[in-house]
Write a protein that binds this ligand. Structure first.
Ligand code: GTP
Ligand code: SPV
Ligand code: MN
Length: 590
């Protein structure tokens, strides 16, 4: 008797008509075989899908070059298909599920002819966790199969766990001819299904990540009383061995991975990494908020990563002990077969090719690495991995941070007066866009809780869900607004960021433990100068004042823009959010 998974896979095979079906067991030998199969069978234009790097310097590592039009998430081609448009909300593209499936079926007919269909059984979350979810994805791309093995808990055992149950999250992925006109990333929350066509890029193709663990999972969270968030999770250990857990949401390419692996500039603190991108938050039996990282790997931004900014990530990607590291769309030092990207320290290698394999010279006006080039690497390669990473129940969260890239206006750190004001701070958060999604870079947009591209339902209802969960907790985490990206008139960052961000964290921990006071402002509490530990740091004159400067006059446009954004959700925006908006407006004197 065929199991539910086998029947489902059979049905997909009838549609896609692959040459063969390969059930993945997740073993290392198998990963090597898949890489070889990819090298022999799949070509993207003239590039091999896996280029072997220098095995002495980068053991087991490969470089993948994607189709040049397929380098980032494509939000305009991403749909959330609830039966009714109102549930999907104005924050998502919508198509009726029947119509969407008809369209995808038409694009998929026979589209795996001559190709291998990989079947990937995997789990988001530790298999023993009550919060974990079993999933099955099919794909016709070896790079996706190998990457899913790094990013998720993938293996035969998951099939045994699913047994004959129908209760597994389904992912259908095929690339067709990579034509952006035939590219869709569609979500069907009512049937735990993601269907993605035409893109091999991480966030569009590794369906366990943004598609399931955020878009579908946020909807499950709404239904069953939990939260799926675009957050990193850290444990901060002080000299007494006391560990405080903090989670933080910053939009794509705004510093989560760097925060998660921070090498502390203050010797009294150590940061342990629990997660760098996604947190599932549940209220535990004691009424506190607990976080798990459902992922198994990091899909990190390469440019800007160096021994100076993020030494722990450099150590992680050099260490291929557990799984291979796969680089995507970075430049290549041809003499050493070594990956290269902007921001790496040291001299620029003399013989380079860019992310598309073309000869590259410094100063030619285009970067060697694509600005959204990345690496895929196992969490177990990370020297700062928290010993609680595999704890099925997660870690208790004492503070939540919301932030983004704001050149002006938003202070380095503020503390919300209450849960409701904290939710409003999350809801009003804006950030300047980055290369992680296709489109213009550096434009300010509202990105509530860093979830604008990832919330799988009406964002007004999402705010309501956040407000309601606060009422169910005995000790809700305190909420903070963070901005490490404020600049002066010359365009220079006012704050050193990276390892020095521990100074922000230290204040937060001291606040949570009632050890320091704070100054009240219309935006929330800010640190007294004496309470921010700046020991060993020489900030240029005036920077600190500028990092916290609040000119009510500067807020006029911001206030209007926040209102315009919240208005979009009509009656779905909770009255508590409007109350907080009014407080802010009055506080600023408007
Ligand atoms: P996603 O993986 O896209 O969700 O991004 P992320 O939030 O994990 O961003 P990440 O930590 O990879 O940082 C993105 C870019 O911002 C990198 O180029 C970093 O070097 C840079 N960056 C990170 N933290 C800081 C900081 O504190 N200050 C400054 N100036 N840059 C930072
Ligand atoms: C992001 O864009 O927020 C990422 C990369 O973390 S991706 O998984 O491609 O979405
Ligand atoms: Mn992300």
């Amino acid at each position: 008797m065929a199991t539910a998974v086998e029947k489902w896979v059979e049905k997909q095979a009838e549609l896609f008509q692959p040459r063969n079906i390969y059930w993945c067991d997740g073993s290392e030998g198998e990963a090597r075989r898949i890489i070889e199969m990819g090298q022999q069978e799949e070509k993207i234009e003239e590039h091999n899908i896996f280029l072997e790097l220098n095995q002495n310097l980068w053991p087991k590592a490969y470089l993948h070059r994607s189709h040049p039009t397929d380098v980032a998430r494509t939000e305009h081609l991403t749909y959330v298909c609830h039966s009714d448009r109102e549930t999907t909300g104005p924050n998502n593209n919508w198509m009726h599920p029947e119509e969407a499936k008809k369209l995808l079926t038409r694009l998929s007919q026979g589209s795996m002819r001559g190709r291998t269909m990989y079947v990937l059984p995997y789990m988001m979350g530790h298999p023993d966790s009550p919060y974990a979810k079993a999933c099955v994805q099919i794909t016709d791309v070896s790079y996706v199969a190998v990457s899913m093995r790094i990013m998720t808990r993938l293996g035969k055992k998951i099939l045994e766990k699913i047994g004959n149950s129908e209760n597994f999250v389904k992912g259908i992925h095929s690339v067709g001819d990579f034509n952006p006109d035939r590219r869709y990333i569609m979500h069907f929350p009512e049937e735990d299904l993601v269907w993605s066509v035409g893109s091999g890029y991480g966030g569009n193709a590794l369906l366990g990540k943004k598609c399931f663990s955020l878009r579908i999972a946020s909807w499950l969270g709404r239904k069953y009383g939990w939260l799926a968030e675009h957050m990193m999770i850290i444990g901060v250990e002080d000299i007494h061995g006391q560990v405080t857990y903090i989670a933080g949401a910053f939009p794509s390419a705004c510093g989560k991975t760097n925060f998660a692996m921070l090498e502390s500039a203050l010797p009294e603190y150590r940061v342990w990494t629990v997660g760098d991108d996604i947190a599932w938050l549940n209220i535990g039996p004691d009424g506190r908020l607990y976080a798990i990282n459902p992922e198994f790997g990091f899909f990190g931004v390469a440019p800007g990563t160096s021994m100076k900014t993020n030494p722990n990530m450099m150590r992680t990607i050099h260490n291929s002990n557990y799984y291979p590291t796969i680089f995507t769309n970075v430049g290549l030092d041809v003499d050493h077969m070594s990956p290269w990207w902007e921001g790496l320290e040291g001299p620029i290698p003399p013989h380079m090719v860019d992310w598309q394999g073309r000869p590259w010279q410094p100063g030619q006006g285009t970067p060697a690495a694509h600005p959204n080039s990345r690496f895929t690497v196992s969490v177990y390669n990370c020297p700062t991995l928290s010993k609680e990473y595999d704890n099925p129940l997660g870690v208790p969260i004492s503070a939540l941070m919301f932030g983004g890239r704001r050149t002006r206006l938003i202070p380095l750190v503020t503390e919300a007066f209450s849960w409701e004001q904290g939710v409003f701070i999350g809801a009003r958060t804006g950030s300047e866009t980055t290369a992680a999604a296709a489109g213009q870079v550096g434009v300010l947009r509202r990105d509530p809780m860093a979830m604008l591209p990832f919330c799988g339902y009406n964002m007004g209802d999402y705010f309501r869900h956040w407000i309601d969960l606060g009422k169910l907790m005995t000790r809700p985490p305190r909420i903070y607004s963070i901005n490490a990206f404020r600049r002066n008139d010359r365009g220079e960052f006012l704050w050193p960021g990276f390892g020095d961000n521990i100074r922000i964290i230290k204040w937060i921990i001291d606040r949570v433990n009632g050890r320091v006071g704070a100054k009240e402002t219309p935006l929330g509490f800010i640190p007294e100068k004496k309470d921010l530990d700046l020991s060993g740091l020489s900030l240029p004159e005036g920077n600190l004042e500028e990092l916290f400067r609040l000119e009510p006059a500067d807020w006029q446009d911001e206030i209007k823009d926040i209102k315009k954004f919240l208005d979009k959700f009509g009656r779905h925006t909770p009255y508590e959010i409007w109350q907080e908006y009014d407080h802010l407006k009055k506080g600023l004197g408007y």
